[in-house]
Design a protein around this ligand. Sequence first.
Ligand code: ADP
Ligand code: MG
Length: 407
Amino acid sequence: MNFEEFSFDRRIAAGVKSVGYTTPTPIQEKAIPVILKGRDILGIAQTGTGKTAAFVLPILQRLTQGPRGKVRALIVAPTRELAEQTHQEIIKLGRDTKIRSVTIYGGVSKKPQLAALRRGVEIVVACPGRLLDHVDAGALDLSHVEVLVLDEADRMCDMGFLPDIKRIIRQVPEKRQTLFFSATMPKDIRALADRILDRPETVQIGMIAPAKTVSHALYPVPEDRRKELLVAMLQRTKTGRVLVFTRTKHRAQNLATFMKKRGYRAGALQGNMTQNQRQQAISGFRKGKIDMLVATDIAARGIDVSQISHVVNFDMPDTVDAYTHRIGRTGRAEHSGEAFTFAVRGDSGMVREIEKTIGTKLERRRVPDFDYGVGFNPERQFPQRSSSSSRLPRSFRSRGTRRRSFR
Ligand code: ADP
Ligand code: MG
Protein backbone atom coordinates (compact mmCIF):
# COMPACT_ATOMS: atom_id res chain seq x y z
CA MET A 1 0.00 0.00 0.00
CA ASN A 2 1.07 3.61 -0.27
CA PHE A 3 0.34 6.83 1.61
CA GLU A 4 -2.13 8.08 -0.99
CA GLU A 5 -4.67 5.52 0.16
CA PHE A 6 -5.17 7.41 3.43
CA SER A 7 -6.51 10.39 1.45
CA PHE A 8 -4.68 12.94 3.55
CA ASP A 9 -5.19 16.63 2.91
CA ARG A 10 -2.94 17.56 -0.02
CA ARG A 11 -0.75 19.76 2.21
CA ILE A 12 -0.04 16.74 4.41
CA ALA A 13 0.51 14.49 1.40
CA ALA A 14 3.09 17.05 0.26
CA GLY A 15 4.81 16.78 3.65
CA VAL A 16 4.96 12.99 3.40
CA LYS A 17 6.45 13.29 -0.04
CA SER A 18 9.05 15.81 1.13
CA VAL A 19 10.42 13.44 3.78
CA GLY A 20 10.57 10.65 1.22
CA TYR A 21 8.19 8.14 2.80
CA THR A 22 6.46 6.07 0.15
CA THR A 23 5.23 2.92 1.86
CA PRO A 24 3.69 3.07 5.33
CA THR A 25 5.37 0.86 7.95
CA PRO A 26 3.16 -1.91 9.41
CA ILE A 27 2.15 0.14 12.44
CA GLN A 28 1.33 3.13 10.26
CA GLU A 29 -0.76 0.95 8.00
CA LYS A 30 -2.74 -0.39 10.93
CA ALA A 31 -2.93 2.63 13.20
CA ILE A 32 -3.52 5.55 10.83
CA PRO A 33 -7.03 4.51 9.65
CA VAL A 34 -8.11 3.82 13.23
CA ILE A 35 -6.82 7.18 14.47
CA LEU A 36 -8.41 8.99 11.54
CA LYS A 37 -11.75 7.53 12.65
CA GLY A 38 -11.26 9.14 16.05
CA ARG A 39 -10.79 5.91 17.97
CA ASP A 40 -8.48 5.45 20.95
CA ILE A 41 -5.39 3.36 20.32
CA LEU A 42 -3.26 1.08 22.40
CA GLY A 43 -0.16 0.73 20.27
CA ILE A 44 2.37 -1.88 21.25
CA ALA A 45 5.45 -1.76 19.11
CA GLN A 46 9.16 -1.70 19.57
CA THR A 47 11.25 1.33 18.69
CA GLY A 48 12.10 2.00 15.09
CA THR A 49 8.74 0.91 13.74
CA GLY A 50 7.59 4.36 12.68
CA LYS A 51 5.21 5.21 15.51
CA THR A 52 5.85 8.95 15.32
CA ALA A 53 4.38 9.45 11.87
CA ALA A 54 1.63 6.96 12.75
CA PHE A 55 0.19 9.48 15.21
CA VAL A 56 1.54 12.76 13.80
CA LEU A 57 -0.11 12.38 10.38
CA PRO A 58 -3.69 11.80 11.60
CA ILE A 59 -3.25 14.59 14.16
CA LEU A 60 -2.18 17.00 11.42
CA GLN A 61 -5.15 15.85 9.35
CA ARG A 62 -7.53 16.63 12.22
CA LEU A 63 -5.97 20.02 12.90
CA THR A 64 -6.26 21.22 9.31
CA GLN A 65 -9.95 21.64 10.20
CA GLY A 66 -11.20 23.73 13.10
CA PRO A 67 -9.80 26.58 15.18
CA ARG A 68 -6.19 27.73 15.30
CA GLY A 69 -4.34 29.18 18.25
CA LYS A 70 -5.63 26.70 20.81
CA VAL A 71 -3.71 23.70 22.12
CA ARG A 72 -5.66 20.91 20.48
CA ALA A 73 -3.09 18.14 20.55
CA LEU A 74 -0.81 17.25 23.44
CA ILE A 75 2.02 14.77 23.00
CA VAL A 76 3.76 13.65 26.17
CA ALA A 77 7.18 12.02 25.90
CA PRO A 78 9.74 10.79 28.45
CA THR A 79 12.79 12.74 27.30
CA ARG A 80 13.69 16.04 25.73
CA GLU A 81 15.42 14.21 22.88
CA LEU A 82 12.26 12.33 22.03
CA ALA A 83 10.14 15.48 22.36
CA GLU A 84 12.52 17.32 20.07
CA GLN A 85 12.51 14.48 17.54
CA THR A 86 8.70 14.34 17.48
CA HIS A 87 8.50 18.11 17.10
CA GLN A 88 10.89 17.94 14.13
CA GLU A 89 8.73 15.25 12.52
CA ILE A 90 5.68 17.51 12.96
CA ILE A 91 7.52 20.44 11.40
CA LYS A 92 8.64 18.37 8.42
CA LEU A 93 5.37 16.55 7.78
CA GLY A 94 3.26 19.63 8.48
CA ARG A 95 5.41 22.19 6.71
CA ASP A 96 2.62 23.24 4.33
CA THR A 97 -0.17 23.26 6.92
CA LYS A 98 0.89 26.28 9.01
CA ILE A 99 0.06 24.21 12.08
CA ARG A 100 2.30 25.30 14.94
CA SER A 101 4.06 23.05 17.40
CA VAL A 102 6.19 23.84 20.44
CA THR A 103 8.42 21.69 22.65
CA ILE A 104 8.15 22.05 26.40
CA TYR A 105 10.81 20.48 28.59
CA GLY A 106 13.03 21.30 31.53
CA GLY A 107 16.73 22.14 31.60
CA VAL A 108 16.29 25.09 29.27
CA SER A 109 14.87 28.58 29.70
CA LYS A 110 11.11 28.94 30.02
CA LYS A 111 11.07 32.22 28.10
CA PRO A 112 11.00 30.96 24.50
CA GLN A 113 8.42 28.37 25.51
CA LEU A 114 6.21 31.05 27.06
CA ALA A 115 6.63 33.29 24.04
CA ALA A 116 5.56 30.49 21.69
CA LEU A 117 2.56 29.70 23.87
CA ARG A 118 1.54 33.35 23.83
CA ARG A 119 1.82 33.54 20.07
CA GLY A 120 -0.44 30.52 19.87
CA VAL A 121 0.19 26.87 19.01
CA GLU A 122 -2.00 23.92 18.09
CA ILE A 123 0.40 21.17 19.18
CA VAL A 124 2.42 20.87 22.36
CA VAL A 125 5.13 18.20 22.60
CA ALA A 126 6.20 17.99 26.21
CA CYS A 127 7.98 16.18 28.98
CA PRO A 128 5.76 15.84 32.06
CA GLY A 129 7.59 17.99 34.63
CA ARG A 130 7.93 21.27 32.75
CA LEU A 131 4.49 20.82 31.22
CA LEU A 132 2.94 20.81 34.67
CA ASP A 133 5.07 23.82 35.68
CA HIS A 134 3.49 25.83 32.87
CA VAL A 135 0.01 24.54 33.67
CA ASP A 136 0.45 25.44 37.36
CA ALA A 137 1.67 28.91 36.40
CA GLY A 138 -1.42 29.41 34.28
CA ALA A 139 0.66 29.76 31.12
CA LEU A 140 -0.78 26.73 29.41
CA ASP A 141 -4.45 25.90 28.97
CA LEU A 142 -5.14 22.25 28.25
CA SER A 143 -8.91 22.53 28.26
CA HIS A 144 -9.12 22.47 24.46
CA VAL A 145 -7.08 19.32 23.98
CA GLU A 146 -8.79 16.96 21.55
CA VAL A 147 -6.01 14.43 21.17
CA LEU A 148 -3.68 13.23 23.90
CA VAL A 149 -0.67 11.09 22.98
CA LEU A 150 1.42 9.23 25.51
CA ASP A 151 4.56 8.11 23.72
CA GLU A 152 6.90 5.51 25.18
CA ALA A 153 4.61 5.12 28.16
CA ASP A 154 6.65 2.29 29.64
CA ARG A 155 9.75 4.45 29.70
CA MET A 156 7.86 7.31 31.33
CA CYS A 157 6.76 5.01 34.11
CA ASP A 158 10.30 3.64 34.50
CA MET A 159 11.45 7.22 34.95
CA GLY A 160 8.92 7.83 37.71
CA PHE A 161 6.55 10.04 35.72
CA LEU A 162 3.40 8.08 36.57
CA PRO A 163 2.08 10.60 39.15
CA ASP A 164 2.76 13.48 36.73
CA ILE A 165 0.93 11.64 33.97
CA LYS A 166 -2.08 11.13 36.20
CA ARG A 167 -2.09 14.86 36.94
CA ILE A 168 -1.86 15.69 33.25
CA ILE A 169 -4.83 13.42 32.53
CA ARG A 170 -6.89 15.43 35.01
CA GLN A 171 -6.05 18.64 33.14
CA VAL A 172 -7.31 17.54 29.74
CA PRO A 173 -10.99 17.15 28.81
CA GLU A 174 -12.61 13.82 29.54
CA LYS A 175 -14.00 13.76 26.04
CA ARG A 176 -10.90 13.36 23.92
CA GLN A 177 -9.02 10.90 21.76
CA THR A 178 -6.17 9.13 23.52
CA LEU A 179 -3.28 7.42 21.75
CA PHE A 180 -1.13 5.29 23.98
CA PHE A 181 2.17 3.83 22.80
CA SER A 182 4.48 1.50 24.60
CA ALA A 183 7.12 -1.02 23.59
CA THR A 184 6.31 -3.26 26.52
CA MET A 185 3.20 -3.92 28.58
CA PRO A 186 4.08 -4.61 32.21
CA LYS A 187 1.23 -4.63 34.74
CA ASP A 188 1.38 -0.97 35.79
CA ILE A 189 1.32 0.19 32.17
CA ARG A 190 -1.60 -2.09 31.41
CA ALA A 191 -3.49 -0.62 34.38
CA LEU A 192 -2.78 2.93 33.28
CA ALA A 193 -3.93 2.16 29.74
CA ASP A 194 -7.14 0.56 31.01
CA ARG A 195 -7.88 3.64 33.05
CA ILE A 196 -7.36 6.31 30.46
CA LEU A 197 -8.37 4.68 27.18
CA ASP A 198 -11.94 4.44 26.01
CA ARG A 199 -12.69 1.20 24.13
CA PRO A 200 -9.29 1.31 22.43
CA GLU A 201 -8.29 -0.58 19.36
CA THR A 202 -5.12 -2.52 20.12
CA VAL A 203 -2.49 -2.30 17.43
CA GLN A 204 0.35 -4.64 18.06
CA ILE A 205 3.28 -4.99 15.75
CA GLY A 206 5.37 -8.08 16.07
CA MET A 207 6.22 -9.72 19.31
CA ILE A 208 7.31 -7.66 22.21
CA ALA A 209 10.83 -8.45 21.20
CA PRO A 210 13.69 -6.76 19.40
CA ALA A 211 13.52 -6.00 15.71
CA LYS A 212 14.08 -8.98 13.48
CA THR A 213 16.53 -7.22 11.24
CA VAL A 214 19.05 -7.17 14.05
CA SER A 215 21.38 -10.07 14.64
CA HIS A 216 22.58 -10.61 18.15
CA ALA A 217 25.87 -11.88 19.49
CA LEU A 218 27.38 -12.34 22.89
CA TYR A 219 31.03 -11.61 23.64
CA PRO A 220 32.08 -13.09 26.94
CA VAL A 221 35.03 -11.14 28.34
CA PRO A 222 36.93 -10.78 31.59
CA GLU A 223 35.89 -7.60 33.42
CA ASP A 224 39.24 -5.84 32.99
CA ARG A 225 39.58 -6.61 29.26
CA ARG A 226 36.36 -4.93 28.16
CA LYS A 227 37.86 -1.75 26.71
CA GLU A 228 40.57 -3.61 24.85
CA LEU A 229 38.00 -6.05 23.51
CA LEU A 230 35.96 -3.16 22.15
CA VAL A 231 39.00 -1.81 20.33
CA ALA A 232 39.94 -5.26 18.99
CA MET A 233 36.39 -5.93 17.88
CA LEU A 234 36.13 -2.63 16.04
CA GLN A 235 39.44 -3.24 14.32
CA ARG A 236 38.13 -6.51 12.93
CA THR A 237 34.57 -5.50 12.07
CA LYS A 238 33.32 -3.31 9.30
CA THR A 239 31.17 -0.76 11.06
CA GLY A 240 29.21 2.37 10.24
CA ARG A 241 27.73 4.34 13.11
CA VAL A 242 28.29 2.60 16.41
CA LEU A 243 26.24 3.23 19.51
CA VAL A 244 27.81 1.95 22.73
CA PHE A 245 25.88 1.62 25.97
CA THR A 246 27.31 1.83 29.46
CA ARG A 247 25.64 1.46 32.82
CA THR A 248 26.50 4.87 34.26
CA LYS A 249 27.11 8.44 33.14
CA HIS A 250 30.62 8.28 34.47
CA ARG A 251 31.43 5.11 32.55
CA ALA A 252 30.03 6.65 29.36
CA GLN A 253 32.25 9.71 29.70
CA ASN A 254 35.24 7.64 30.65
CA LEU A 255 34.89 5.20 27.75
CA ALA A 256 34.33 8.00 25.22
CA THR A 257 37.55 9.65 26.39
CA PHE A 258 39.41 6.34 26.19
CA MET A 259 38.19 5.66 22.65
CA LYS A 260 39.16 9.16 21.56
CA LYS A 261 42.66 8.55 22.88
CA ARG A 262 42.74 5.40 20.80
CA GLY A 263 42.03 7.45 17.71
CA TYR A 264 38.31 6.87 17.34
CA ARG A 265 35.94 9.69 16.52
CA ALA A 266 33.86 9.14 19.63
CA GLY A 267 31.60 11.25 21.80
CA ALA A 268 29.62 10.78 24.99
CA LEU A 269 25.91 11.20 25.56
CA GLN A 270 24.98 11.21 29.20
CA GLY A 271 22.68 12.97 31.58
CA ASN A 272 25.27 15.26 33.18
CA MET A 273 25.76 17.06 29.88
CA THR A 274 23.73 20.19 29.17
CA GLN A 275 20.87 19.99 26.72
CA ASN A 276 23.02 21.88 24.26
CA GLN A 277 25.94 19.47 24.59
CA ARG A 278 23.64 16.50 24.17
CA GLN A 279 22.07 17.93 21.05
CA GLN A 280 25.52 18.62 19.66
CA ALA A 281 26.60 15.04 20.30
CA ILE A 282 23.51 13.65 18.58
CA SER A 283 23.79 15.95 15.61
CA GLY A 284 27.52 15.25 15.28
CA PHE A 285 26.67 11.57 15.21
CA ARG A 286 23.92 12.08 12.67
CA LYS A 287 26.08 14.21 10.40
CA GLY A 288 29.03 11.85 10.62
CA LYS A 289 31.37 14.12 12.59
CA ILE A 290 31.72 11.26 15.02
CA ASP A 291 31.17 7.57 14.33
CA MET A 292 30.74 6.42 17.86
CA LEU A 293 28.42 7.60 20.58
CA VAL A 294 28.88 6.22 24.09
CA ALA A 295 25.60 6.63 25.91
CA THR A 296 23.61 5.77 28.99
CA ASP A 297 20.12 4.30 28.59
CA ILE A 298 18.20 7.41 29.54
CA ALA A 299 20.31 9.81 27.49
CA ALA A 300 19.90 7.56 24.45
CA ARG A 301 16.12 7.62 24.49
CA GLY A 302 14.78 9.22 21.40
CA ILE A 303 18.02 9.30 19.45
CA ASP A 304 16.73 9.26 15.95
CA VAL A 305 19.74 8.48 13.88
CA SER A 306 19.09 6.14 11.05
CA GLN A 307 21.57 3.54 9.92
CA ILE A 308 23.29 2.73 13.13
CA SER A 309 25.21 -0.36 12.07
CA HIS A 310 26.16 -1.62 15.50
CA VAL A 311 24.87 -1.36 19.01
CA VAL A 312 27.39 -2.52 21.58
CA ASN A 313 26.27 -3.29 25.08
CA PHE A 314 29.55 -2.53 26.77
CA ASP A 315 27.73 -3.10 30.04
CA MET A 316 24.89 -5.58 30.26
CA PRO A 317 21.50 -3.79 30.44
CA ASP A 318 19.66 -4.04 33.77
CA THR A 319 16.44 -5.35 32.26
CA VAL A 320 15.26 -7.14 29.16
CA ASP A 321 13.23 -4.05 28.29
CA ALA A 322 16.37 -1.96 28.34
CA TYR A 323 17.98 -4.51 26.00
CA THR A 324 15.03 -4.24 23.63
CA HIS A 325 15.16 -0.46 23.67
CA ARG A 326 18.91 -0.33 23.16
CA ILE A 327 19.05 -2.65 20.23
CA GLY A 328 15.95 -0.99 18.77
CA ARG A 329 18.36 1.82 17.97
CA THR A 330 19.87 -0.26 15.21
CA GLY A 331 17.98 -1.96 12.42
CA ARG A 332 15.55 0.98 12.39
CA ALA A 333 13.05 1.09 9.56
CA GLU A 334 14.13 -2.13 7.94
CA HIS A 335 17.85 -1.44 7.95
CA SER A 336 19.77 -4.36 9.27
CA GLY A 337 22.17 -4.08 12.12
CA GLU A 338 24.10 -6.02 14.68
CA ALA A 339 23.90 -5.97 18.43
CA PHE A 340 27.01 -7.06 20.33
CA THR A 341 26.69 -7.65 24.02
CA PHE A 342 29.69 -7.96 26.30
CA ALA A 343 29.13 -10.39 29.11
CA VAL A 344 31.20 -10.64 32.24
CA ARG A 345 31.03 -12.93 35.23
CA GLY A 346 27.65 -12.50 36.87
CA ASP A 347 25.76 -11.59 33.70
CA SER A 348 24.52 -15.08 32.92
CA GLY A 349 21.08 -14.60 34.52
CA MET A 350 20.34 -11.57 32.36
CA VAL A 351 21.64 -13.39 29.29
CA ARG A 352 19.16 -16.20 29.92
CA GLU A 353 16.30 -13.71 30.33
CA ILE A 354 17.18 -11.91 27.11
CA GLU A 355 17.36 -15.19 25.23
CA LYS A 356 13.98 -16.21 26.56
CA THR A 357 12.43 -12.96 25.36
CA ILE A 358 13.95 -12.86 21.91
CA GLY A 359 13.29 -16.57 21.52
CA THR A 360 16.75 -17.55 20.39
CA LYS A 361 20.19 -18.18 21.83
CA LEU A 362 22.65 -15.34 21.43
CA GLU A 363 25.51 -16.59 19.38
CA ARG A 364 28.68 -16.78 21.47
CA ARG A 365 31.60 -15.13 19.77
CA ARG A 366 35.24 -14.79 20.48
CA VAL A 367 37.42 -12.20 18.78
CA PRO A 368 40.20 -14.16 17.06
CA ASP A 369 43.72 -13.54 18.30
CA PHE A 370 42.55 -11.35 21.14
CA ASP A 371 44.37 -11.80 24.42
CA TYR A 372 41.66 -12.74 26.87
CA GLY A 373 44.20 -13.52 29.58
CA VAL A 374 45.26 -16.82 31.02
CA GLY A 375 42.66 -19.37 32.00
CA PHE A 376 39.68 -17.50 30.58
CA ASN A 377 36.97 -20.03 29.96
CA PRO A 378 33.54 -18.52 29.31
CA GLU A 379 32.00 -21.85 28.35
CA ARG A 380 31.13 -22.63 31.94
CA GLN A 381 29.23 -19.37 32.50
CA PHE A 382 27.82 -18.90 29.02
CA PRO A 383 27.47 -22.34 27.49
CA GLN A 384 26.55 -22.43 23.84
CA ARG A 385 24.01 -25.21 23.98
CA SER A 386 22.30 -25.04 20.66
CA SER A 387 23.51 -23.11 17.67
CA SER A 388 21.63 -19.91 17.03
CA SER A 389 20.48 -18.35 13.84
CA SER A 390 22.61 -15.22 14.13
CA ARG A 391 24.93 -14.59 11.27
CA LEU A 392 28.63 -14.15 11.39
CA PRO A 393 29.50 -10.58 10.44
CA ARG A 394 30.68 -10.23 6.90
CA SER A 395 33.94 -8.68 8.01
CA PHE A 396 34.88 -11.82 9.89
CA ARG A 397 34.28 -13.97 6.87
CA SER A 398 35.92 -11.70 4.35
CA ARG A 399 39.10 -11.62 6.35
CA GLY A 400 39.20 -15.34 6.21
CA THR A 401 39.04 -15.78 9.94
CA ARG A 402 37.19 -18.69 11.29
CA ARG A 403 34.77 -18.55 14.16
CA ARG A 404 36.22 -20.38 17.10
CA SER A 405 33.82 -22.09 19.34
CA PHE A 406 34.46 -22.24 23.04
CA ARG A 407 34.60 -25.99 22.99
P1 ADP B 1 9.51 4.70 16.67
O1 ADP B 1 8.82 5.88 17.27
O2 ADP B 1 8.61 3.54 16.44
O3 ADP B 1 10.75 4.31 17.42
P2 ADP B 1 10.16 6.46 14.54
O4 ADP B 1 8.86 7.07 14.33
O5 ADP B 1 11.18 7.26 15.28
O6 ADP B 1 10.02 5.05 15.22
O7 ADP B 1 10.72 6.02 13.11
C1 ADP B 1 11.96 5.35 12.95
C2 ADP B 1 12.66 5.77 11.68
O8 ADP B 1 11.91 5.34 10.55
C3 ADP B 1 12.78 7.26 11.54
O9 ADP B 1 14.07 7.54 11.05
C4 ADP B 1 11.72 7.65 10.51
O10 ADP B 1 12.09 8.78 9.78
C5 ADP B 1 11.66 6.41 9.64
N1 ADP B 1 10.33 6.18 9.05
C6 ADP B 1 9.14 6.27 9.65
N2 ADP B 1 8.14 5.96 8.82
C7 ADP B 1 8.71 5.65 7.63
C8 ADP B 1 8.20 5.24 6.35
N3 ADP B 1 6.89 5.09 6.14
N4 ADP B 1 9.09 5.03 5.38
C9 ADP B 1 10.40 5.16 5.59
N5 ADP B 1 10.96 5.55 6.76
C10 ADP B 1 10.13 5.79 7.78
MG1 MG C 1 9.03 6.89 18.88
